[in-house]
Design a protein around this ligand. Structure first.
Ligand code: 5GP
Ligand code: MG
Ligand code: MG
Length: 179
């Protein structure tokens, strides 16, 4: 598995420090509120688990799964809800937890859905951002690291469902998906 990684961009310690920092900021900004924290499956599951431990306000969590790239490294542009939330977002301060923003299509769609369901506010935190590939005008409210235009895996992010368990984020060798 390690042999398929071209370069480690951020290791476990660096990610841990960043997640703690984001948690401290979110603790301040959400103080006095009771956010509904939504994990966008599957890629954000590790970030979500680590992040909520650092947000020191009462909160609730829920999960949503949307169609992703499948076994491809490019977005199809078509977003579909595969697993919806269990609870209503009406009147709630919602915090969307994403792993990475690439084209921005997934999040644009999600924000629109949650706003149409009358969330009180919709805030986005993403651990990784690839601004070079954006096709829509969208910015996360909070972000961890800005990444180069490369396909990355690890810390929850997959290629064909593999590599999610790597504790770091790294660039996948193109040979892996080009063969
Ligand atoms: P977008 O809709 O912004 O193009 O893509 C968002 C989703 O595609 C992310 O939440 C993530 O699941 C997946 N994705 C985007 N870039 C990468 C990448 O470099 N590596 C992996 N493994 N997934 C990515
Ligand atoms: Mg995602
Ligand atoms: Mg994926």
């Amino acid at each position: 598995m390690q042999n398929d990684i071209q370069e480690i961009l951020y290791d476990e310690r660096q990610i841990g420090e960043k997640v703690k920092e984001l948690g401290e900021t979110l603790t301040k900004d959400f103080s006095g509120r009771n956010p509904l924290v939504i994990c966008v499956l599957k890629g954000a599951f590790i970030f979500m688990a680590d992040l909520v431990k650092e947000i020191k306000v009462p909160l609730e969590i829920d999960f949503m799964a949307v169609s992703s790239y499948g076994a491809s490294t490019k977005s199809s542009g078509v977003v579909k809800i595969i697993k919806d939330l269990d609870v209503s977002v009406e009147g709630r301060d919602v915090l969307i937890v994403e792993d990475i923003i690439d084209s921005g299509l997934t999040l644009t769609y999600l924000i629109d859905v949650l706003e149409r369901r009358n969330a009180k506010s919709v805030t986005v935190v993403t651990l990784f951002d690839k601004p070079a590939r954006r096709t829509v005008d969208l910015q996360a409210d909070y972000k961890g690291f800005t990444l180069p235009d490369e396909f990355v895996v690890g810390y929850g992010l997959d290629y064909a469902e593999k590599y999610r368990n790597l504790p770091y984020i790294g660039i996948l060798k193109p040979q892996v998906y080009e063969k």
